[in-house]
Design a protein around this ligand. Structure first.
Ligand code: F6R
Length: 646
């Protein structure tokens, strides 16, 4: 039997495959590299025009997708002398109504991420105006369109894609030649926007957007997408029929469009999801595992029941010709998956660990569980946390950020009043103290949704979350010496928009690691989430590993990644699956309940209406059901981990 080929990981994945794609697609391992490549193309174009003494017109997008492109352009301006003097910009859209200075305005977004940091002339900046009176909007839009034409048309248009398939705010139903105009936002788009607003009621119903027709006139278009939450709609736009139910699919007709994706956003494309359907594959052991799991799911049969015919009929005959007889292959993959299941996440003492996910020695390990927000520890790995403690390991939990923005004002008010009344009842309340409480109470009673919190309120909100985190960790069996609050500074803006990760953030993480010298580290491995807090917290841990690389103990410090916010690892990726009994699952729920400020509807709940404990249970049950459907043991629920190997 030929040996499976070694896994290679080039920055840009190469597959020599037949294409299902109707637009040119470039897939990068990482969103940051992808964004930098787009920024480089823009830089080259700007410099080229400068040499020719000409202007260049850029069409710009907002949202989370282009942020890294803008950060890189700002870096190029500061470090490589890239000038924006000859750059003219037109933004795609703006919410309506929306004052310029509002926290959520695209006007503010563009200035904060790009315009305030480069030497662009203010008269060259164009952003649809969210304050134009309703009766003048049509005329305003017509003028905007004309201004683009007068500037010579857009040379490079940047686009993100919404989960509805929108480009700009051209929602499903938008027609191909549509111009700049006022539109209504789709329900899903408004839902996704909640991340920037306090509640759904605050998200505007309308926007002014350049049309599909306006976008189409651009000479070059970059459609970018990062993260697995975009994978499905990207697949429809790139591989599906052209249709106004997915407006991004119109781009298939554009003569010069480039789709730039990270691996997660590309995962539903045929060449990534089931490359065997697209042509010849480079059969690594990981890909074989993925194919066998896929086949089992397609046929609804347990792995050990898959036959020659199943492989042949589903485009996998090549695998059994090259690799093995189906039965041998089935057993090999079955064993691989079976071995991921362990009730001993810290390693099983005195057992043969050749095929176990963790090492047996040392029997008692030092462990740090990093939790980006104060509740991710129990939500994402509460049962594993419990087992590690019960099995006698020295477990530390480290809450990386204060999580203060996700506390309702009414909770902060309740605590402020409580503190004032309690001190008045039992203590000598100084004038200064009373003033402090009253200042907070007054502020909270008057506050509206556009006001940023004063530092004292941020601090109360952070303390509320601290108390809850402590309660959850104590419930799991930790004493206070093993509970650490890192309050990483990048998070402390009081807004959803955070600062970039800094050296101090990394140093704080490294200091704790240096103190504990752990054998195991757990972290939220949301590689798919390029801009969120989880990803930044993970970057800080990677940064700490780098800082500590010369330490002798760091080589033995394994990093296990759990999936935080949205979804679970795919089965073929899982390297450790920790099962739970119904009783253990209930216990995990109780730990999650300690986070009372996050119950019912927390601020910034995202688009999912389920509470966090429900999301966690559904996800853990689903993993167990997936394992059982593959013909492995049947458990109530499972938490899953992947090991980071640097
Ligand atoms: C923003 C815009 C939108 C976004 C899209 C994706 O100017 O026009 O089409 O590009 O909603 O948003 P993110 O990047 O936040 O996922």
């Amino acid at each position: 039997m030929p040996k499976p080929k070694e896994k290679t990981s080039p920055g840009y994945l190469k597959y020599e495959l037949k294409s299902f794609e109707k637009m040119p697609v470039k897939i990068w391992d990482d969103a940051i590299d992808a964004a930098r490549s787009v920024a480089r193309s823009i830089e080259l174009a700007i410099r080229q025009r400068q040499q020719d003494g000409e202007k260049i017109v850029l069409g710009l997008a907002t949202g989370s997708t282009p942020i890294k492109v803008y950060e890189e352009l700002v870096r190029m301006h500061k470090e490589d002398g890239l000038s924006f003097q000859n750059v003219v910009t037109f933004n795609l859209d703006e919410y309506y109504p929306m004052p310029r200075e509002a926290q959520q305005s695209y006007w503010r977004f563009m200035h904060e991420y790009l315009f305030d940091h480069v030497d662009i002339k203010s008269e060259n900046i164009h952003i649809p105006d969210g304050t134009v009176p309703m009766e003048k909007v049509a005329e305003y839009c017509e003028r905007y369109e004309k201004l683009i034409d007068l500037a010579g048309g857009i040379d490079i248009q940047l686009l993100g894609i919404g989960r509805t398939g929108h480009i700009g705010f051209n929602e499903p139903g938008a027609w191909e030649t549509s111009p700049t105009r006022m539109v209504r936002l789709d329900h899903l788009t408004r839902h996704d926007a909640i991340k920037d607003f306090q509640s759904e009621d605050d998200v505007p119903y309308r926007a002014i957007t350049m049309g599909v027709g306006s976008i189409f006139k651009a000479r070059t278009v970059y459609l970018m997408a990062w993260g697995s939450h975009k994978a499905e709609i990207v697949q429809q736009a790139v591989e599906g029929e052209i249709s106004n139910s997915v407006p991004a699919s119109f781009l298939q007709k554009h003569p010069n469009v480039k789709v730039v994706l990270d691996k997660s956003a590309a995962e539903e494309l045929t060449k990534m999801k089931s490359p065997w359907l697209a042509g010849i594959c480079n059969w690594t052991e990981d890909l074989i595992c993925k194919a066998v799991v896929w086949l089992s799911q397609q046929t609804g049969k347990a792995i050990l029941k898959l036959t020659d015919e199943d492989y042949n009929e589903h485009g996998l005959s090549e695998l059994i010709i090259e690799e093995a007889k189906p039965y041998e292959l089935n057993i090999r993959i079955f064993n691989r998956l079976q071995r991921t299941i362990t009730g001993w996440p810290g390693g099983k003492p005195h057992a043969d660990d050749t095929n176990r996910p963790e090492r047996a020695k040392p029997a008692k390990k030092r462990v740090i569980l990093f939790s980006p927000h104060p509740d991710d520890d129990v939500i994402s790995m509460g049962a594993t946390f419990q087992r590690l403690v019960d099995q006698g390991h020295e477990v530390h939990v480290a809450y990386q950020t204060s999580g203060n923005i996700a506390v309702h004002d009414w909770d902060a008010l309740r605590y402020a009043e409580f503190m004032l009344e309690f001190s008045e009842k039992y203590g000598e309340v100084s004038e200064a103290e009373r003033n402090l409480y009253q200042k907070v109470i007054r502020f909270l009673k008057k506050k509206d949704n556009s006001t940023e919190d004063i530092p004292e309120v941020r601090s109360i909100k952070g303390l509320i979350r601290r108390g809850e985190a402590r309660a959850g960790a104590r419930f799991t069996g930790l004493d206070d010496d093993h509970i650490h609050f890192l309050d990483m500074p990048f998070y402390e803006t009081g807004r959803t928009r955070k600062k970039p990760l800094g050296d101090e953030d990394i140093r704080i993480v490294a200091d704790l690691m240096e103190k504990v010298k752990p054998h195991q580290v757990y972290a939220a491995g949301d590689l798919a989430d390029p801009h969120g807090t989880h990803r930044v917290c993970l970057e800080a841990i990677f940064g700490a590993y780098k800082l500590l690389e010369k330490e002798s103990w760091i080589k033995d410090c394994w990093l296990w990644m759990y999936r935080g916010a949205w979804h679970e690892w795919a089965v073929h990726e899982i390297e450790m699956a920790v099962p739970m009994s119904p009783q253990q699952l209930r216990r995990k729920r109780q730990a999650i309940f300690m986070h009372q400020s996050q119950k019912d509807r927390p601020p910034f709940p995202g688009g999912d209406v389920r509470e966090f404990w429900q999301r966690a249970e559904d996800r853990n049950r689903e993993t167990a059901q997936t394992y059982s459907a593959l013909g492995l043991a049947e458990y109530e629920a499972m938490e899953a981990f992947v090991r980071w190997k640097g």
